[in-house]
Design a protein around this ligand. Sequence first.
Ligand SMILES: NC(=O)c1ccc[n+]([C@@H]2O[C@H](COP(=O)([O-])OP(=O)(O)OC[C@H]3O[C@@H](n4cnc5c(N)ncnc54)[C@H](O)[C@@H]3O)[C@@H](O)[C@H]2O)c1
Length: 259
Amino acid sequence: MLRVGLIGCGAMGSVVARELEAGTVDGAVLTGVLDPEVDHRLGVADLDSLLSEADVVVEAAGHGALRDCGVAVREAGTDLLVVSVGALADEALESQLRQAEGGRLLLCTGAIGGFDILRAAMMFGPLDDVSITSTKPAAALVRPWMDETMRDGLAAGSAPVTVFDGVARMACERFPESANVTATLSLATIGFDRVRVRMVGDPEATRVRHVVSASGTAGTYELSFENAASPDNPRTSAVTAYSVLRALTDLRPPAVSFL
Ligand SMILES: NC(=O)c1ccc[n+]([C@@H]2O[C@H](COP(=O)([O-])OP(=O)(O)OC[C@H]3O[C@@H](n4cnc5c(N)ncnc54)[C@H](O)[C@@H]3O)[C@@H](O)[C@H]2O)c1
């Protein structure tokens, strides 16, 4: 039995907890939940208690929690499945998490996918260009650092507005809540300083759409994703909780593998 500890029981973590308790992942059992804000029947008071009963810890709590707990989880010999992948845009944290010895560092694919084919393409030859265009409801993209013209363009709501066009590391700084997919794509392919990101506010959009494009000697690729929002947190795609459950399924000895 794979024993799963959970850090963070919010919009995403609560679905992971509920589905694990319902037996959705054959051969996995939820053994503890660490979240000071949530009263869960498997709630634990601290990380040590969580680690004492877990083979893998799912982090679904945010960048601060990953910073506070990530290295300790690996050093305890426990696998760490990271959902807040955007935190790794911080080079110091990325290097601490990579260098910690013990359990494995596992990055959840989250709200997008297709890394299998992109990684295969990179083994054939270099990928020269990798980009992601994320289109969101215009109002969701207004940020305090934007100038008046950009804010007015988003508020006017008459046409799509490109609010960012640059490299992934900068995108993660400017739009931290959109950093996770950008970070996962960067880490899986050509890195935070080479992946190009465009952020578009669309007054007509009701879902978040990500289009990943890549090209290299192996071929050209275009992958598109349109995700419904979580009913509990409009900034989180509902499918992300299920990508955690899928990852836990793949950690079990499989009857069939999609490798
Ligand atoms: N990889 C992806 O594609 C992807 C997609 C969407 C969201 N995310 C990330 O997943 C994370 C969770 O998202 P959510 O929508 O469930 O957020 P949420 O705000 O609904 O829930 C977070 C929960 O974590 C708890 N928490 C915060 N700090 C904690 C700590 N130090 N220890 C224990 N618990 C702590 C909070 O009390 C809260 O209940 C976020 O970081 C989000 O950016 C990743």
